[in-house]
Design a binder for this molecule. Structure first.
Ligand SMILES: Cc1cc2nc3c(=O)[nH]c(=O)nc-3n(C[C@H](O)[C@H](O)[C@H](O)COP(=O)(O)OP(=O)(O)OC[C@H]3O[C@@H](n4cnc5c(N)ncnc54)[C@H](O)[C@@H]3O)c2cc1C
Length: 148
């Protein structure tokens, strides 16, 4: 279950188990798995398949396109080199320099909120639910989100 509150009022709730997309899963909803575990499993699988070359500590520092494709400048611990590519797939995250390099516009907004992310251990386990307060009276009416 997920419940959303404004002060003491519950303004929205949903039950993922009732939604058809989740009926197929044997796992209960709201399992939190740290991102680095998932990334670790993906890296293990990539090594297992053996058809992708992972180059750690390589950073693309420049990019340009010409009639023959793309030319990337790559900085590595051993020095800098250039790489020719027919296609380039950018997966460099929210601060990716590629958008600027290709002149793509960005419509994202940056918020001023600061979030505290904490793990809490309960002696007596509450029901497995996610609670979101859009206005939490116990936090100066600012947002709070928690999953058990
Ligand atoms: C504190 C925090 C909590 C979050 N919690 C959640 C959550 O609970 N659930 C959720 O769904 N999402 C959450 N997110 C968002 C989620 O982490 C991101 O949406 C996700 O990581 C984006 O994945 P990505 O692969 O696009 O980019 P990233 O994970 O940022 O990966 C980009 C990679 O590219 C590399 N890179 C960058 N520039 C270059 C370059 N020039 N050359 C080579 N490599 C480069 C970086 O080193 C990095 O490894 C959270 C984010 C933060 C910061």
């Amino acid at each position: 279950m997920g419940r959303t509150f404004a002060g003491k009022d519950e303004v929205y709730s949903f039950d993922l188990k009732q939604q058809s997309a989740f009926n197929l899963s044997t796992q209960p909803p709201f399992i939190n798995i740290q991102q680095f575990y998932i990334e670790g499993y993906l890296v293990e699988r990539i090594y297992e398949l053996g058809n992708v070359e992972l180059r750690w500590k390589n950073c693309v520092t420049a990019f340009r396109q010409d009639g023959e494709g793309a030319l990337l400048t790559v900085a590595t611990p051993a020095g800098e080199h250039q790489l020719r590519a027919d296609y380039v797939l950018d997966a460099a995250g929210s601060h990716s320099p590629f958008r600027q390099w290709v002149g793509a516009s960005v419509t994202a907004k940056k918020g001023d909120d600061r979030w505290c992310i904490a793990d809490v251990r309960f002696r007596k386990h509450p029901p497995v639910e996610r609670h979101t307060w859009i206005e939490a009276p116990f936090n100066d009416n600012r947002a709070v989100c928690g999953s058990t």
